[in-house]
Design a protein around this ligand. Sequence first.
Ligand SMILES: Cc1cc2nc3c(=O)[nH]c(=O)nc-3n(C[C@H](O)[C@H](O)[C@H](O)COP(=O)(O)OP(=O)(O)OC[C@H]3O[C@@H](n4cnc5c(N)ncnc54)[C@H](O)[C@@H]3O)c2cc1C
Length: 357
Amino acid sequence: METNYETIVIGGGVVGSGIAYHLSERYKEGVLVLDKKYPMSGTSGSTQAWVWVHNKTPSWYAEFSMYSAELYPYLSKKIGDVEYKRTGGLSPFFNESDREKAQKLAESYRKIGIKIKVLSREEVLEKEPYMNPEVAGATYSSIDGNVNPFRLIDMYMRAAKRNGVRYSAYNKVTEIKKQDGTYLVVSDKGAFKCKNLILAGGTWSREIGDMIGVKIPVNQLRGQILVSEPLKPFLNFTISGLRQANNGEVLMGYSMEEAGFNRATTLDVIQETANMAVRYVPGLRKAKIVRAFSGIRAMPEDGFPILGKVPGHESLYVAATHSGVTLSPLIGTLITELITEGETSIPIERYSLSRFG
Ligand SMILES: Cc1cc2nc3c(=O)[nH]c(=O)nc-3n(C[C@H](O)[C@H](O)[C@H](O)COP(=O)(O)OP(=O)(O)OC[C@H]3O[C@@H](n4cnc5c(N)ncnc54)[C@H](O)[C@@H]3O)c2cc1C
């Protein structure tokens, strides 16, 4: 393997692979992606994979997510079928008192072009007949959907490789040094030099940043998901809490727990998740649960993406975020613009690392 690259991406998850692919479409210089395991071994291989917009708060973050969701149909055309389905998203509520809050959300989001409908009980049941008849209503937006995260990363990788990107798996980065205007990236399988270095290590961002004296305040939050046996298609929408995948499995869960890097699944969260799912869709009571898995969310300290140039470091970039599945097409596009044009078509100053002081 060559040792000099124009750009190295550390981390081949959905964020790093999305960047590598988008970069490779515009830029024929050498790009290398290094991953300490393989590109689906991190959080991207243990996710719900909703492409979710409609009730992200505050509204500027929902707007940012919307731009990314809008890129998905085009992305599928370019890299191949990633099983993206714009199902529409439903966020049910069970108390009439929540309707006013839902209406306020809809009103404020209309200004930024996100259409949210506040549905009556009857409208919810008409759209999603298996929803609990005790539901009071739901917010609904047609922009939400979901994707197959494994296909997404695989297709990003295949397309990136076709464009000349090199991948090196099971190759942990252990040291980063700045040398005469270039970065020396030391890994288990050798040392590589590059001009541009992109830190896309997800939930490991803090330790990768430490290698070059940059504080990247990303914490760990565990999420546990239950998976049902394959059921005949019966859910029409991505519901905030569960979705039915193409193969009929229902993926349930949205837990967020402080457990460091511990990827165990636990009985208490499994029970809470099952209760939530049955409350939303009572018919799931009869479904067999075939497995539970957990993933470690990369959670920036204030909850919002950390994106862009690392202040004070020439040609060093960071992309660390929760909701990386939703955001990967946009992040890939914007980091590519930054590297090739020096600016982005959508302002990202608000997501700069500099906000942490
Ligand atoms: C239960 C759960 C549900 C979720 N649901 C959703 C959802 O519905 N929608 C959504 O948009 N997002 C969701 N997320 C979040 C989303 O999955 C993540 O934001 C996304 O996968 C992060 O991608 P990433 O590429 O940054 O991280 P990762 O996929 O973790 O990739 C980082 C990579 O860096 C590599 N790496 C780390 N250290 C080194 C090193 N020293 N050297 C080399 N390589 C290194 C790792 O091996 C890893 O492959 C969910 C997460 C969880 C856990």
